[in-house]
Design a protein around this ligand. Sequence first.
Ligand code: FAD
Length: 446
Amino acid sequence: MNNQDSKAHVVIVGGGFAGLACARKLAKSDDVRVTLIDKHNYHQFQPLLYQLATAELSTPDVATSLRYSVRNHPNIDVKMQEVTAVNPETRTVTTREGESYQGDFLVLAVGSQANFFGTAGAKENAFPLYSLEEAQRLRSRILAVFEDADRDPKLVEQGALNFVVVGGGATGTEIAGSLADLIKLTMPTEYGDLAVNYARVYLVDHGEALLAPFPVKAHDYAAQALQRKGVQLLMGVGVKEVAPDRVLLSDGSSILTRTAVWAGGLMAAPLAADTGLPQGHGGRIEVWPDLTVKGFPGVYALGDFANIPGPDSEVLPQLGSVAQQGGEWAAKNILAEIAGETPTPFRYHDKGIMAMIGRDAAVAAVGKKRHELDGPIAFAAWLGVHALLMSGVRERVEAFIDWAWNYFGKSRPIQVLDRSDEGRIDWGEGAEGESVSDAPHVTTVH
Ligand SMILES: Cc1cc2nc3c(=O)[nH]c(=O)nc-3n(C[C@H](O)[C@H](O)[C@H](O)COP(=O)(O)OP(=O)(O)OC[C@H]3O[C@@H](n4cnc5c(N)ncnc54)[C@H](O)[C@@H]3O)c2cc1C
């Protein structure tokens, strides 16, 4: 038996906040070797995806090579493969590429995907924002509609410059604010020939308040901040269908658009259905307080992929800090198990919830008593907490330089139309029967 074989083998699937934090902590022990499997070769920083989508940040600001991230840990072996099946009894995973990996411990941390709640056409036509590829695809669509409308201004009448954000949670509020800034501050100088004043951002939510998990004061603050930026809030209205050229609403009206951003909810990544593990709300894996999967000792599920019990028997929210701290805690418990000790229940240190609303507004609710912050103090809190989540010093410095560039200037030099949205838009013959008097807008279609 060589030295490697004498070490406990931990297989980690997913190199996001949870998986990477777990791998790095385990790697400090000489008793462990880690195989870290991810379908991508990078670690993505989801909280900044909306800034990638709106050309505020570039791809290297929001993603780092996984191999680079663990380069100082020789006992972590990175494999770029997609896991398609899990045998929790033997703690073995099988990949699309046909390999199998068996561990003494198995850690599942594959994150979330968009939940379309069965909304007709949403999967085919909307732009979700939960991965790097999705953010690039959305950026490409946003830039493409501006380019097309600049070439053929009649397309504005077909809703080319209408942007519909579905969902008024943190992701929806943040992308709506950033889109509104792009339209108001950047595009008018860059598209001198185009009537950019016809561009509209709509935010649709079937609830009555934005940022529902935040204190009431934050709901109003966010609504006012978005309205100041020109965002039209359609609250208490559901989305019935996302068609290729419009979004149909539950009140019978529709909005012509080629850019419907889906920020309407999350569910566990598709692998959850192929694990044979117990699933709960949102399809997420049910775990005990020590983060092991119910009925499967030695198998851990973390981050967005798991329903993690918190205090007051509520499950913890899908947040980067929950995932990162959970990853470190799982590593601690695995090392305890290797040492013949009992794993302990995860204690989450709550850093608060935060959202940025464009370049000059932010809200935060911090501490157990949920102290409310808004404006520049919330903005500073957001920067501080998110800098801690970033995996390396280089990423922090680069992201902060790009932020500062954008904050003090109004240009967004990273507007690279790379056609990630799968090619040119088919504008067809144009929509019939729509009113186009003042702006391309909400149009009743009885
Ligand atoms: C737009 C947006 C904004 C957000 N803003 C904030 C914020 O401001 N603050 C905050 O705290 N949280 C925020 N979050 C939530 C936070 O990003 C997530 O809670 C966190 O990323 C979850 O970490 P994770 O490790 O569980 O999953 P992820 O970070 O999603 O990582 C999952 C990894 O698994 C890999 N993977 C998936 N399937 C497979 C497979 N079958 N085989 C191999 N690999 C696979 C993926 O490639 C990925 O690398 C935001 C999320 C989004 C989408």
